[in-house]
Ligand binder design. Structure first.
Ligand SMILES: [Zn+2]
Length: 418
């Protein structure tokens, strides 16, 4: 439902071209050729995942299942030879997105809101159309907004935690599709579903689910944010209904779907406790937040995000050693997710363990480059008298704007560098 593009600079530097849309046959103006599009998708795939919770790995078989359904649908698309990939993100919000070139993500929170495989096929079919019809390449640059926050900190408004997180994930530029592209993705997505043997009525139910979720304000502010930029509509429900009526009924595969998502169904209570903990954080109820997080860990000790929240809460109480122990758990459970390293680095930096902090910020940056990590790497370089290295880190951090960018600018001025 959303797409991420690399940067305005890259887009602007590519020539626009007029061509025929591979899905619909209509004339289409695009800002880049297909090879550039695929390159953008490949480049942004990993950081886009990292900035939105990382891959869901508590049950790795779920990703295999989603990939299998996705690849089957992609074979029926107008562009079956794109380098499609499908990932389940460890994110609570009911969302999915496609990058140019066919890199597609679906959140754990959306999988939990679906009933059967046909509904999943409806989501994936829709996203495959966005990629196959080259909607990302078609977007106007003026429609772009910048996605700044990680999923982890989306519900947290406390300044202390918020400021540390706010500079994360700022590299991805997000475009919202217009009404035309959404309707097109719904329309052709249903074709792919039907070709793969699924019941097209599932696409109607999907839009109904989104409408219902949008009415439920008690679900937290991430929903308001989501639907403010991406409004579900009665029109889409109606259009899908009309379309489904003329098409053959197909399979649902409800039992297979429920089996595939059984771990997230089982862990529902644990994730709810974690969400409550984050709400408590936003109200500065630290002890309550920590107690809720510990309850979540008791229910699902393998979820690295819970340990990261625990570490951040302990750090907020200046319990540095306990915080580091919690972050150690997180990085052991999820060595490919940046946040465990990032937050452990902040704690190490605070207690002046510079070489441990440096190691963590480098590991964190390898997975998702952040201005905060660059800023501290600059400070650490200064402690080692490595001035030119410090300057290059501060320069990178200064590009981000905001508080961190300003602090990095000041450092550069102090060092006599413009
Ligand atoms: Zn969409």
């Amino acid at each position: 439902m959303r797409i991420y593009l690399l940067s305005l600079f890259l887009i602007a530097s590519l020539l626009s071209a007029c061509g025929t849309n591979p899905v619909t046959g209509r004339t289409q103006v695009t800002l880049m050729n297909q090879a550039s599009e695929i390159a953008v998708g490949e480049q942004q795939y990993s950081p886009s995942q990292q900035s939105q919770g990382g891959a869901y790995i508590v049950d790795k078989t779920l990703n295999d299942y989603v990939s299998r359904i996705g690849n089957t649908l992609a074979k029926h698309s107008a562009q079956p030879n794109l380098p499609y990939e499908f990932v389940v993100l460890n994110n609570d919000s009911a969302n999915a997105w496609a990058l140019p070139g066919g890199k597609i993500a679906i959140n754990r929170g959306l999988l939990a809101a679906l009933d059967d495989e046909a509904q999943l096929a409806s989501v994936l079919g829709h996203e495959i159309v966005h990629a196959a019809a080259r909607h990302g390449a078609e977007q106007q640059t003026t429609a772009f907004g910048i996605q700044l926050l990680t999923a982890l900190i989306q519900t947290q408004t406390d300044n202390r935690l918020y400021q540390q997180g706010a500079a994360l994930g700022g590299g991805a530029v997000q475009a919202h599709y217009g009404r035309e592209n959404e309707l097109e993705a719904d329309y052709y997505g249903i074709n792919y579903m039907v070709a793969a043997g699924y019941d097209p009525y599932a696409a109607v139910e999907l839009q109904q689910t989104f409408l219902e979720l949008s009415k439920n304000r008690s679900q937290g502010d991430w929903l308001e944010r989501l639907f403010a930029s991406h409004p579900p509509s009665a029109e889409r429900v109606e259009k899908n209904k009309q379309r489904a009526q003329g098409l053959p009924k197909g399979k649902r595969n409800k039992a297979a779907y429920q089996q595939a998502i059984q771990q997230i169904t089982k862990d529902k209570a644990a994730y709810e406790l974690h969400t409550k903990a984050l709400t408590a954080v936003s109200k500065k109820q630290w002890d309550n937040a920590l107690s809720l997080t510990n309850q979540a860990i008791k229910k699902q000790p393998k979820e690295a995000r819970f340990h990261i929240t625990k570490g951040r809460l302990l750090e907020a109480k200046d319990k540095h050693d306990d915080a580091i122990a919690a972050f150690n758990q997180a990085t052991a459970l999820e060595p490919n997710y940046f946040a465990g390293y990032f937050y452990r680095g902040l704690t190490q930096q605070k207690i002046k363990q510079h070489s441990a902090a440096e190691k963590d910020f480098l590991s964190s940056n390898k997975l998702l480059e952040t201005s905060v990590a660059n800023y501290y790497l600059g400070e650490i370089a200064l402690t080692k008298n490595q001035q030119s290295s410090a300057v290059s880190y501060f320069r990178k951090a200064a590009q981000s704007g905001g508080e961190v960018g300003k602090a990095a600018q000041e450092k550069l001025q102090t060092l006599g560098v413009q």
